[in-house]
Every structure is written in C-alpha cells, then in structure tokens.
Design a protein around this ligand. Structure first.
Ligand code: SAM
Length: 276
C-alpha cells in the first residue's frame, strides 16, 4: 500500500504559528521534502525534530518529483514543506500534488498559515468574493494582458509581489485600475515589522516613489465597482447618442457605454444603427 503525501504549512514569519498537528506530522513522516533545506532545518531544529530531508524546488522538481512519488508508492510517507506558508499555493508543491493524484497516492492537506488569506482577512476590503492572482507574469507584455483582463473584475483581488518589483507593479495596477481604487498593502505579516497600509492606488504609487519597498508583500486590491443599475437597450442607445452629439465617434461611444452599463456591445451597435 502506498504512503501519504502530507502538505504541511509552515509559519510565514512567526514560529509560534506552527500548529501541534503540523509538528506531529513532521515528526511522524518517513522523510520531509523541502523547498530550501536550510530554511526548513531551522524550523525542524526549533521543533527538535530530526528527519531525512530531500530537496524539492522549482529548479529540480522534474527530477525530484518522480523520485518522491516512487518512494511514496513503495510505502513511505512524506511531509512537504515550502519556505513559508501553505505548500502548493504559488510554489512548486502544486506539481507534486498533481503527480501524486495521477499516481493514485493519497494527499492530505493540513490547514495552517497562508500569506494570501492572512492578508485578505486584515485588508478591510470585501472578503465575501475574491480571486487569488498569485504573482503577475514576469514578462511586461503578459503582465499588461493579465491586468487588462482584470479591469472589470468585481471581486477583491490578491497578488503576491517581491519587493524589487513592487514599484513597477503598483504603477501598472494604477494604470489599469485607476488611481482611486483602494488597495491594502500587507507587508511582513506576522513579523516584527508587520504593516498594513490601506490606501488608494495613486497614494500607494506616491508613497513608494519616496520610500524603498522592504520585506514581503501581499497586495489586496478592491474589485471594480459593481454595475448596480440595469440599463435598458433604449437607455443605452440614448447614452450613445449623447456622446456622439458631443463629437465622440459612434464606435467609441458604443464601446464606452457597453463597458459602463454591461449592455452587449454588438446588440447596442445594432440598435444604434437601426435607430439612425
Ligand atoms: N505558499 C505560500 C503561501 O501561500 O503562504 C507563498 C509562497 S510565495 C513563493 C511567497 C510570497 O508570499 C511572497 O513573495 C509574498 O508575496 C508572500 N508572503 C509570504 N510571507 C509573507 C509575509 N510574512 N508577509 C507578506 N507576504 C508574504
């Protein structure tokens, strides 16, 4: 019978956040797969746990993953830990879980610290509906395309970001969502210099133009304002007419009104042409 892969969340800054169940699971596993064995050794020393460690990270996952699955299939149990937080969320744990699922190896997730959820809960933004975006793509073109698609996202959005990219990302968020959009910058959560800044995107850009970003950040951004009032096709046609009378080109006016009202662009265009 095969062993189990345990996903063991580790503290995102405060060692006191390691749960009893996590410690017991680490102590009971046959071996531990760690993103950076040096980082995990510190935690294991703190917990006074001695276990064989194997390395599993972004740059060796293709070779290391199948070796871990082989050991699991042979009956050993493995605890997966990453540098901080919940394994498989924006880290290579995701691939190991998929490999195990494909091989029929049981996977057991233990709840615990997760930077995204910790930030969302303290953000003071709407938490009822949210979307986790993780890290934006590294390529500028791909990042812009992703943000373009998120322009109309009404749910609260959660982003991970490294300090050296923070300024650029804030500029891009501001360009995509507008300077008025609320953002909570959650920095160094659970650590000594924990800080939550609840600002508008424009204010955040100005603040970090003057201050060097330091530490780890989760950015929680309010969703686009909901289009509450349902606008009829006739009302939308009237709005287009008003814009065209002011000199806007029909095509541009139709696009703008469709975006603002949620009325279908094609239906609106056809109705405007019909009305002329
Ligand atoms: N799997 C982890 C989780 O979800 O908790 C996150 C791993 S991801 C590689 C690392 C990112 O998480 C950092 O770049 C940062 O955006 C965020 N993060 C981790 N610890 C943090 C902390 N203490 N405060 C703020 N953000 C943190």
């Amino acid at each position: 019978m095969s062993g189990t892969l345990y996903l063991v969340p580790t503290p995102i800054g405060n060692l006191g956040d390691v749960s009893r169940r996590c410690a017991e699971t680490l102590a009971a596993a046959d071996f531990i797969a760690a993103e950076d064995t040096r980082v995990s050794l510190k935690l294991l020393n703190h917990l006074e746990i001695k276990k064989p460690l194997v390395s599993y990270h972004e740059h060796n996952k293709k070779e290391s993953g199948p070796r871990i699955v082989e050991r699991l299939l042979a009956g050993e149990s493995c605890a997966l830990v990453t540098d901080a937080g919940c394994p498989a969320i924006s880290d290579p744990g995701e691939d190991l879980v998929r490999l195990c699922a494909e091989a029929g190896v049981p996977v057991c997730a233990i709840p615990g610290p997760c930077a995204a959820i910790t930030a969302l809960s303290v953000s003071a933004l709407a938490t009822g509906r949210f979307t986790f975006e993780g890290f934006l793509p590294a390529q500028k073109k791909d990042r812009r395309a992703r943000l373009e698609r998120l322009k109309t996202e009404e749910r609260t959005m959660i982003f991970y970001e490294a300090p050296h990219r923070l300024r650029e990302t804030l500029d891009e968020l501001c360009a995509a969502f507008g300077s008025d959009r609320p953002i909570s910058l959650c920095r160094e959560l659970t650590k000594l210099h924990e800080e939550v800044l609840r600002l508008r995107l424009g204010e955040a850009v100005a603040r970090y133009a003057e201050n060097e970003p330091r530490g780890e950040y989760v950015l929680v951004v309010a969703g686009a304002a909901q289009k509450t009032e349902a606008v009829s096709l006739e009302q939308a046609v009237a709005m287009v007419r008003e814009l065209t009378e002011d000199g806007t080109r029909t095509k541009d006016a139709v696009r703008q009104v469709a975006e603002e009202t949620g009325v279908s662009k094609n239906a609106l265009y056809a109705a405007v042409v019909d009305a002329n």
